[in-house]
Each structure stands twice: as C-alpha cells, then as structure tokens.
Design a protein around this ligand. Structure first.
Ligand SMILES: Cc1ncc(COP(=O)(O)O)c(C=O)c1O
Length: 437
C-alpha cells in the first residue's frame, strides 16, 4: 500500500493551527466586554487536558453504568461538595454541560405539559431557554410575561403577586440575560408557596456574584431551585450546575432524573476538574472578586454617563451586577455600534433594551457590557474610566480607538483571583502522603 500523501493534510492542519493562534492572540489583546464570558486561571486551564477527554460516566458516583470511573467519582464528589460549600446549599448537581442544559433538566421535570408558567420575555432580558422557542417552550405554550414597572424592566412586585395568585402557575422563572438588578425572590416567596408555584432562579449570569456573596442569595431568599452557567461571572470552564436547598426531596429526585437521563448521558468529564479548581478558587477569592466586579460595573456606568453616553436606569444607579446596558439608538443602533467596536478591538454584543419589541432583536437600540473578565485580569475603577472614554469616542464620534484599547489591555496580562500553576503542583507544601505498599 502506498503511503498517503500528507502534504495537503499538513497544509490544512497548519491552517487550523494558524487560525486558532490568531484567534488566541487577538482575543487576548482585546478589551472583552461580553457579559457571558470570562477567562480561566492557569490552574483551572491546566487540568483541562487529561485522559478524561476520552471517558464516559453516566449516573452518580458509586452508581455508574460503566466501569473505569473510580477517579471520576472522586472528582465529581469533590466538585459537588465544593459547590454546596460556595453556594451554602444542601444539594448540587454538577453534571449539566451548560446553563441551557441545566434549564432543560429542570423544566423537563417540573413543568407539566401545557402548564401555565411565568418567565421574562426576551425583550425584558429573558433568555431563549425561557421562551417558546427554547427549553420552556418544549413543555408549554402558556408562558405569561412578568409584569414590569413603567421602566419596562424591573418586576412590578404587586402586580406579580396578583398574577401568581390568579394564574397559579406551576413554575415561575426569575433571572435573565440582561441582568442588572436583583429579582424580588423574597417578596414572591409567600404567594408562590400559597398556590404551589415553584420558583426557579436562573443564575447563569450572576452565579459568580451569588457565590461571592453579593447581588442576592436566591436560595436563602426562597427560590426552590437555582440553575446556572459556570463560565460567565463564575470562574469555571463552560458547564452548568443545578442547586437547591435539598429540603424538598421530591423536587430533588425529579431534577436529578431531568439531568440524567433527561438532558445528558455522559457529562463532558474533561472539564470537571477545571470546574472543581474554579470552585476552590471561589472559596478563596470569590468575595473580593464579586465586590470588585460590581464596583467596576458601577464605575463604568458612571464614566459613560460623564462622557455623554446614555446609560438607562440612572434613577436606580444603572446596575447592581456585572452588566451595564448602553443605549446607542441615537448613534447607529446596537448592531452597527457593536460591529464598529469590534474593529477597534473592544468586544460587546448588541442587545434589546427594555421596552423594545422583540422583532428588533437583529438591530436593537442597545449594547450589553459586562466587566467581569476585565476585572479578573486586574482592572479597577481607573481603567473603567479609560474604557468609558474609549467607548464614548468610538460610539459618539466613531473615532478610531483600537490602538489605545490594545495599549490598555496590554497592561493587564495575568489572571487574578485564582490559582497559579505552582499552587496546583502543591509547591512549598509537604508532599501529599501516599499509601505505603
Ligand atoms: C439567563 C441565561 N440562562 C441560561 C443561559 C445559557 O447558558 P449556556 O450558554 O451555559 O447554555 C444564558 C446564556 O447566556 C443566560 O443568559
């Protein structure tokens, strides 16, 4: 048999390597303000490449369908314990592979077919998995929107209580993708209990803030279950999690079946150790990080306003989270502005602003900004002011700010609020005891 000609493949492979290298170099040199992204610490990143890339584990530690999982069991047990500690709760399922899958797992088991539910519309910041076109819509068409205050965004608590009392929904979903202020979980708890509504808090965006003890504590305030992504404000790789107090045994059993076999079989084991490292980082650095993130978001909003860029919700301080909504409707709209900013190495996304019709989704008035990644690389309020100035120049005057953006980013190379490779190796510690033969 003739040896295959590898030249074309090698050219193709070199191309793959080159595109990936250029992506890595580019994104590491940009001011990334995407609200759903973050960067891993060196320690969390180092454990992504292991034999777990090749393996399967279905079920729970100690109750698997395949052999070969004794070390996976140990890691999964540690991850679940660490999550229960950082979220101060009795039950954590670390198997969902993303926030959407976490929602699918929960909705699939606690929303009876055709039931009435309440959730945010996409236009008021809701996620597609809360919509007719997503996970919730696979269970029911009767998705009532939360009533809002005149600002078109914050929940009108009195009207929301009336709605729950009147409609007796099976499930009410709080939490959103444009997530600026805490949700009124505690205020809705009693009426939800009275009529048997399960309160689901989608904490995908704010998971790292909740873990760090800022923003709000949904489970302590009365949410029955909290779902989340582990890679937005949380320090982890791309995965999901479902959390609950654990007091409601039936709910726990239902969601457990929703996770497996309901929404996944194998759960992408390679990223589990990284998620565990991230959770251990949260125990040490989470509180300081969460406070810095919220401080930075407020500083950025204030800086934007000072530089003449419209930021909604000024009457309530613009934001309490990692996000800032910016109204660029008078400056070309979200699509054009986000595309221009990208050419200047500032990465954002277009976003509907409250009150806009959903049909504007492909050219909304707004852009959404998140400061969590730039906080993690060490930026503080002074840098937020610099970013505000760059954004103002670019948005209001279409000035080229790319060189300044890159210069600013270059000053912040390392990932903070996390462990170094040396920490992972246990350097400076006594050797881990090993069993004697
Ligand atoms: C509120 C909300 N829930 C769920 C998700 C889905 O998360 P994932 O991308 O991890 O599936 C998102 C994603 O941005 C979100 O904003």
């Amino acid at each position: 048999m003739n040896a295959p000609d590898l030249a074309p493949s090698r050219r193709a492979l070199a191309h793959v390597r080159d595109v990936l290298d250029r992506h890595d170099a580019w994104r590491a040199s940009t001011i990334n303000l995407i609200a759903s992204e973050n960067v891993l610490s060196p320690a969390a990143r180092a454990v992504l490449d292991s034999d777990l890339l090749h393996r399967y584990a279905e079920g729970h530690p100690g109750g698997r369908y395949y052999e070969g999982t004794k070390f996976v069991d140990e890691l999964e047990t540690l991850a679940s314990e660490a999550c229960r500690r950082v979220f101060r709760c009795g039950w954590a399922d670390v198997r969902p592979i993303s926030g959407t899958v976490s929602n699918e797992a929960v909705f699939s088991r606690i929303v009876p077919r055709g039931a009435t539910v309440i959730a945010h519309k996409v236009a008021t910041g809701g996620h597609i998995s809360h919509d007719r076109m997503g996970a919730l819509g696979k269970r029911t068409d009767t998705i009532l929107p939360w009533p809002t205050m005149p600002d078109g965004y914050r929940i009108d608590v009195t009207a929301a209580k009336d709605l729950i009392a009147r409609e007796k929904p099976a499930v009410a979903v709080l939490g959103r993708s444009l997530f600026l202020f805490p949700e009124p979980v505690a205020a809705l708890r009693d009426v939800a209990t009275e009529v048997g509504t399960k309160l689901v808090f989608d904490g995908a965006h704010v998971l790292g803030l909740v873990a760090g003890g800022t923003f709000q504590q949904p489970l302590a305030e009365g949410a029955d279950v909290m779902t989340g992504s582990t890679h937005k404000t949380f320090f982890g790789p791309q995965r999901g999690v479902v959390l609950a107090t654990g007091a409601d045994e039936a709910l726990r059993a239902a969601v457990d079946r929703g996770v497996f076999p309901g929404s996944s079989s194998n759960h992408h084991l390679f990223s589990l150790p990284s998620m565990l490292v991230a959770t251990l980082e949260t125990e040490v650095f989470g509180a300081g990080y969460a406070q810095a993130v919220v401080r930075n978001a407020k500083a950025l909003a204030a800086g934007l306003v000072r530089h003449g860029v419209p930021v909604p919700f000024g009457e309530v301080g613009h934001t309490e989270s990692h996000q800032v909504a910016v109204d660029v409707g008078a400056h070309g709209g979200g699509k054009e502005v986000a595309a221009f900013l990208s050419t200047q190495d500032i990465i954002t996304n277009m976003n509907l602003l409250p009150g806009e019709p959903g049909k504007n989704a492909m050219n909304p008035r707004g852009i959404r900004i998140g400061v969590q990644e730039m906080t993690r690389v060490g930026m503080g309020p002074a840098e937020m002011d610099e970013i505000a100035r760059l954004l103002a120049d670019a948005v209001l005057h279409r000035r080229a700010v790319g060189a300044d953006a890159r210069r600013l980013r270059q000053r912040f190379g390392a990932v903070h609020y996390g462990f170094a490779l040396a920490d992972l190796a246990g350097r400076g510690l006594p050797a881990v005891p090993t069993a004697r033969a």
